[in-house]
Write a protein that binds this ligand. Structure first.
Ligand code: GDP
Ligand code: IMO
Ligand code: MG
Length: 429
């Protein structure tokens, strides 16, 4: 019966990969439901470090089936590259499948992402996208001009559809962006090769999930990005183009909300963001630089430096509420070792008034100043702690204060990047 959703609670990179990895040891299926290869989920095991972009991290577990859902957009070249690099490390990928309803990130999507971002940057309004074609692929999905995985398997119908779509795209590329048109022959040939290479992975995934749920198997729903990057609920327009909140897990896989038993929200013990957009607690000072350096806060996908700041409890509470988080996970507590005081944003000050609600408008959020509460830091390291009793009292107090402010129990505290470096306060299963 049960499915367990793992959702990023902030602006992405919270450590979802690590959390899904340690939970997937006891799961039958791990299914990704949103985003594309803009995601970068890091897992560290005895075999070393793995960075996953499109493939669910459960692939490292020898008997876990892995599903890429219809809510994901897939770049076949990037997907195949990920497959080959896993195979080169002796990871068995035969338990992997892609929904036939998932949309393909086409060459014109990556091209348009970069061209559009270039134009936005000229106007001073860059979004800081990853340049992976994510926005344009989801645009086509909504505009009903997307190419789906299933289309790659029907070469004749594909040619008719691609001829029509590519004409539109080339008009955009040449007339609006004054770029070079893409050749129909080359693009079609690429799609035919993809279809042949991917055919064994492409299938309807709903029956696999429904049968597993009926058989009482355990399914982990692996989210990408985070609530603050959600297309509806995030800091629009500085967001990604998919539903990274819990609703996306249902629409992105074709499962009913009634099957979701727990909704785990993953939060860093502080805050980071890559790309542009408001970040009220951002630290443009030596503490921000210290955190970035100590925690190596550089994007997994693009290598860009992540902006770092204190924990924002207003944003965290908002993401707990919109997702109905039942269980919070705090990661990277160890990064705060030795920093004192530790500040937590408990409210915002806007035009002289104190507000507790997360604002809708990015410009309003930009104008908000954080109201901080200072908590004493700790000297004794928390790194690698496995029990609450191993934590210094100040670290326990910090976690408990976050729990109060978020209005949600913190059931796991991660104290290092390794698989077993965590304190399980309450087991989700
Ligand atoms: P994701 O996108 O949410 O999966 O997160 P990323 O993989 O992009 O970034 C999280 C980073 O934090 C990775 O480098 C992880 O190895 C690392 N990490 C996860 N949990 C912990 C932790 O508790 N402590 C430390 N020091 N690093 C962690
Ligand atoms: P994971 O799953 C952090 C950010 C980009 C940019 C914005 C839009 O690893 O947490 P896009 O290319 O999606 O159109 O970019 O969203 N972004 C992420 N930031 N972690 C991610 O994924 C992200 N995926 C997208 O930096 O600001
Ligand atoms: Mg990441």
């Amino acid at each position: 019966m049960p499915a367990y959703a793992i959702i990023g609670g902030q602006w992405g990179d919270e450590g979802k990969g690590k959390v899904v990895d340690f939970l997937s040891g006891e799961a039958d299926i791990v299914a990704r439901f949103n985003g594309g290869n803009n995601a970068g989920h890091t897992v560290i095991t005895d075999l070393g470090e793995f960075k996953f972009h499109s493939i669910p991290v459960g692939i490292l577990r020898p008997s876990t089936t892995c599903i890429i859902g219809n809510g994901v957009v897939v770049n076949p070249d990037a997907f195949l590259e990920e497959i080959y690099s896993l195979q080169a490390r002796s990871v068995d990928v035969s338990r992997l499948c892609i929904s036939d309803r998932a949309h393909v990130i086409m060459p014109y999507h990556t091209m348009l992402d970069r061209l559009e971002e270039g134009i936005r940057a000229e106007g001073g309004g860059a979004l800081g996208t990853t340049g992976m074609g994510i926005g344009p692929a989801y645009m086509d999905k909504a505009a009903r001009t997307g190419i789906r995985m299933v289309d790659l398997l029907d070469e004749k119908a594909l040619l008719t559809r691609l001829s029509f779509v590519l004409e539109q795209k080339n008009a955009l590329i040449t007339k609006l962006y004054v770029g070079e048109p893409l050749s129909l022959d080359e693009t079609y040939e690429k799609c035919r090769v993809w279809g042949r290479e991917l055919k064994d992975y492409i299938k309807p995934v709903e029956p696999i999930l429904q049968e597993a749920l009926a058989a009482g198997k355990r399914i982990i729903l692996e989210g990408a990005q985070g609530a603050m990057l959600d297309i509806d609920h995030g800091t629009y327009p500085y967001v990604t183009s998919s539903s990274s909140t819990v609703g996306g897990a249902c629409t992105g896989l074709g499962i009913s909300p009634k099957h979701i038993k727990e909704i785990a929200g993953v939060y860093k013990a502080y805050t980071t963001r890559v790309g542009t957009g408001p970040l009220p607690t951002e630290l443009n000072d030596e503490i921000g630089d210290f955190i970035r350096k100590r925690a190596w806060e550089y994007g997994t996908t693009t290598g860009r430096p992540r902006r770092c700041g204190w924990f924002d409890a207003v944003a965290a509470r908002y993401s707990v509420d919109i997702n109905g988080i039942t269980s919070a996970v705090i990661t990277r507590l160890d990064v705060l070792d030795g920093i004192s005081p530790i500040r937590v944003c408990v409210a915002y000050r806007l035009n002289g008034e104190i507000i507790n609600r997360f604002p809708t408008n990015a410009s309003t959020l930009e104008a908000c100043e954080p109201v901080y509460e200072d908590l004493p830091g700790w000297e004794k390291p928390t790194a690698s702690a496995r029990n609450i009793a191993d934590l210094p009292q100040e670290a326990v107090n910090y976690v408990e204060r976050l729990e109060q402010l978020m209005g949600c129990s913190i059931d796991v505290i991660s104290t290092g990047p390794g698989r077993d470096e965590a304190i399980i306060v309450r087991s989700m299963f």
